[in-house]
Design a protein around this ligand. Structure first.
Ligand code: GPP
Ligand code: MG
Length: 281
């Protein structure tokens, strides 16, 4: 494991400190279900009957269901990375506790490099890879996703799963374009604000304050992809598909306090949950 630390700004120091300290049950207890620890939200139709489970089993049933919806999101992203071969390498920008890179390895048998600013997250993720016996193929590093030092043109696919709002997109997509081989695939699932609404709504601003991030407008994604040899081939609006996840999370014992802001932002039309897949040309 590399422990090289390439943070360059005090903002990035504050992000590293936030994620080094983060221990939300909604992330740890969901990951404990099957050892796939995610830092993103869920999609798809929930089984609402879990909310009626008798008291002693209710938490466990709701945790499993929320994790199933988050796993469905991770599987959708991984699907858009392919087809890939076991000899291929992929790059996970903002890997968190590592679930997404393991999911890519499970889908394709490929190798993965994940990067995070948080040494705690990288150590946790490397331990998970070791426990699964995939640490020869899946590795996590303490690195700045804008300046990874990883090998130019070595990657068949790369992604950001809800991590683009921590960086400037022009700098980010330049680094993906550098790392991806020609014909490679870039995928992001992200929350963006809706240009047609105007500027960020109160709810979007509350989400920014909660996570110390800066949600970009939808337009900036397409402008900066095009400027960096990344040509969109698929755009899916997942907004309607993620609202039920937030409805169920809001009724669970795992609430963090940000649930109503997401529901207000999505339902009020100021915020969209998008998958964008692009080809490196
Ligand atoms: C965190 O996921 C995700 C972000 C910080 C990105 C913000 C996402 C947007 C779509 C704006 P998490 O799983 O760590 O958060 P939580 O603890 O709330 O589940
Ligand atoms: Mg979470």
């Amino acid at each position: 494991m590399s422990t090289q630390d390439t943070r360059t700004t005090r903002y990035q120091d504050s992000i590293a400190a936030y994620w080094n300290a983060e221990k939300n049950p909604v992330n740890l207890l969901l990951g404990d279900v099957d050892g796939l620890y995610h830092h993103h939200y869920g999609i798809g139709d929930p089984d609402w009957s879990v909310l009626d489970t008798p008291a002693e089993g209710r938490d466990e049933a709701v945790i499993k269901e929320l994790h199933r919806l988050e796993q469905a999101q991770a599987d959708l992203l991984a699907h858009h990375l392919g087809p890939l071969l076991p000899g291929d390498k992929v790059f996970d920008a903002g890997c968190g506790r590592g679930g997404g890179s393991i999911v890519a390895n499970l889908h394709y048998g490929c190798s993965a490099d994940g990067v995070t600013l948080s040494s705690e997250q990288a150590a946790f993720a490397n331990e998970q890879a070791r426990k699964r016996g995939v640490d020869d193929k899946v590795r996590y590093h303490v690195k700045n996703m804008l300046d990874t030092g990883l090998e130019t043109g070595a990657y068949a696919a790369s992604w950001n799963n809800e991590s683009t709002m921590y960086v400037e997109l022009g700098l980010l997509f330049a680094e993906h374009a550098r790392l991806l081989r020609r014909g490679g695939r870039y995928v992001t699932i992200t929350g963006c604000y809706n240009d047609a609404y105007g500027l960020p709504s109160r709810a979007v601003s509350l989400i920014n304050a909660h996570y110390i991030c800066d949600i970009h407008p939808r337009s900036t994604y397409f402008r900066e992809l095009a400027a960096n040899r990344l040509v969109p081939n698929t755009v899916i609006d997942l907004t309607a598909a993620t609202i039920p996840y937030w409805e169920m999370r809001a009724k669970s014992s795992l609430v963090t306090g940000i649930e109503d802001a997401f529901l207000d932002a999505y339902k009020g039309g100021s915020f969209q949950y998008l998958l964008i897949a692009a080809d490196r040309v």
